[in-house]
Structures are given as structure tokens and as C-alpha cells.
Design a protein around this ligand. Sequence first.
Ligand SMILES: [Mg+2]
Length: 410
Amino acid sequence: MNDWPIAIAHVDGDSFFASCIQSVYPQFRDKPLVVGRERGVATAVSYEAKNLGVKREMLACDIKRNFPQVIIFDSDYHLYEAISRKMVAISRRFSPLVEVFSVDEVFIDLSMYLDRQEHLQIAKAIQYEIESSLMIPVSIGVSVNKTLAKMASSANKPHGYTIVSKKDIEPFLKEQPIDAICGVGRALNNKFLQYGISTAYDLYKKPLSVVKLLYNKNIQKLYFELHGEYRQPVNCDLKDSYQSISTFRTFPSPTTDKEYILSRFIHNLNLACFKAYRYKQAPRKVLCFLRLQTMRHIHFEVRLRSATNLSGDIFKQVRKLLEKLIDSSKLYRQVGVVLTDFVDDSCIQQYLFEEHGERSNDLKNSIFSIKEKYGVKSIYWGEEHEFALFQLPTHTKTRVNDLFVAGSVC
Ligand SMILES: [Mg+2]
């Protein structure tokens, strides 16, 4: 069993509104405070105030009377928003695939990292960057989907991190009450209790047939996610139901070799384009990504002249920028590509072939058929070949008009 088919991190600000106040007024750090004076109730409570027994939704007048040492602040939504934006920007230093879930929560797709050790290292690095630069404590959960990642970030608060791989799911769920699952409110909690479900593990252990009989599609989706399936993708752009196809490859060892890096980029691009073609999608945007040995990453985004899932065409448009970005004095460990902003493949303007019309569409379909039959590496566009076949001896490449075909297919 692959323990990490997908890796998603959930980053959650601890007592966020109260922490924002403490971050800009250092004199109130480590002091008990609540936010929400203008509403007359506590909308956020610092950990110092929680330790005294102050709770959210407590009336401000009761807090004043019973906890005179607690300082009560007005809400400052501009401040929360400004700090939230910085938190998102820091998260994007670690992955281009970031979903803003709420003002103090983000999901980060970390599938480009390989194992538990790397996930732990990244979780600690994200936490350190946010806490040291913004003075906002955060808790982080990393797991194989969003539901489990969110439960994991809540499991060890404040300033904690919890990693839940596929094999950790059962012991982890035994410790989680049913309302620890995102989306389980009071009414649903009561409904679960009627059927003897009080922990997340109780739901996990129910047979699928029973879950299908008793619960709606949304709860079934949660059930599948408790079993480690990936049912809710990280949504990087909330505005227009954006989806993405991404491929990342870590090099066997860090390298400064520009040609090798470009060859790996082209391989990733071909895999992503092939997947887009299979889904009958064509991206309008492409994001190129490089990770340095220092774990920092650099990336740039290009809006394509027209939607296309032809890797050769995309490479033409990003090549110069990519070559400029690779600094041969630096060590790189990973390269990746993200295709986004899709349109239906059948609706795209075939500008590349426009003077040839349908015949060229046939050519495109033939190329993808060859890839389907012989593998993605079997055929490349002319623009790609000098890097794509980088590791193959010269005699194994054959030029067919503007295409280069690997030896095994000829
Ligand atoms: Mg929070």
C-alpha cells in the first residue's frame, strides 16, 4: 500500500483573531485577552485567557466581572485580512497549490514530497516561517486528503503538528470524537449518536452498505475520505471552480545541470498534457516550478496565447523564462508543472494548425494515440526534442517532419 498517494497540509491559525492583536501589540503577548468588545461577546479568546476559563461567546460584561485581568479588544477585520494574506503568501513558498479555506486556514497540496520525513520537515518549516515572520501561532496537519488533514491540525493545538499517513488512519480516528470531522455540527452529531456513532472510528467501521442506506452523498464522501480516499481536490482559485493538473519529480540527486532540469521539466509537462488530453481539457495557464536544494522554491505563471494541451506548444511559450530562471550556480532538487484554467478541449481554437484544419487535429490525435500505446516518452515535438531525449543516444531518435520519435517506436 502506498502510504502517501497524495499529501495535503492544513494550516490553521491558533486563536487567530486574538493572536493578530498580540502580533501587532507586543506588550499584550502572553497576556489574557479577548476580541469582540463592539459585539458585547468574545469572538476570539487568547490561550492565556482560555487557561483562566474564558470561553468564546461569553458576554463581555461577564468576562469583565469574573475575569478582571482579561483585556477586551474591538475586532479589527482589516488587520485579520492583512495577516491572512501574508499567511497565504508564505504558504505559497512551499507549494503553488494552495486553497484559502477561511481567513486563518489554508490547504496546501504537498504531493510533490515523497515521504513522512519530508512532510514533517515541511510542516515544521511552514510553521516556523509563519510564526517567526507574523508572530501568529499555527497548527498543521498533514494527511492523504483534506478531511483527515483538517482533523490532524486540530489534534495537537496550539503550535502543534500531526502527520497521518494511510497506515496511521485507524489509530488516529479512534482518538477523534465524531464532531472533530469538518462539517459535523450539533444536529448531525445527534443523528450519529442515535446510531451509536460517537467517534470518527465508529463511522469508519460501519459497512459501506449501511452508510449508503442511512446517509446522504456528503456524508458518504466524508466516509470515503476517512478511509484515505481523495475526494475533494485542493481548490486553488475559489472564483471560478478552478482545477489543476500537476506533476512534480524530485531528482535522484540534487543537480546544477540545466539540460537535465529542462529534460525533467519536459517529461512532467508531457505527463500533465497527456492527462489533460485524456480528460478532454486544455489549459489556458501554466505554472512552472523549481525547488532548490535549500527547499525554497521559485515559480512563474504564464497565460498561454490560446488554450492548448500540446506540450510542444506550451514549451515554446515558457522555454525562455524557464532557461532564464535556472541559475547554474545553484543546486536544484525538483521540477514541476501545473496546468490550470481549463476549457473543453473540443472547443479550443486550433491556432497552431489553423491553416491545416481537420487534418492537423487528426495529427494531434495520432500523436496522443502513439503516446497511449508506447508511452508518454515515445514521441516529442521538435521544440522539445533536444532536451526531452537528453538521456537517449543519438541513434535512437528519428526525425519525422517536426516530430522526434524514440527508437523503440520506429
Ligand atoms: Mg483557527
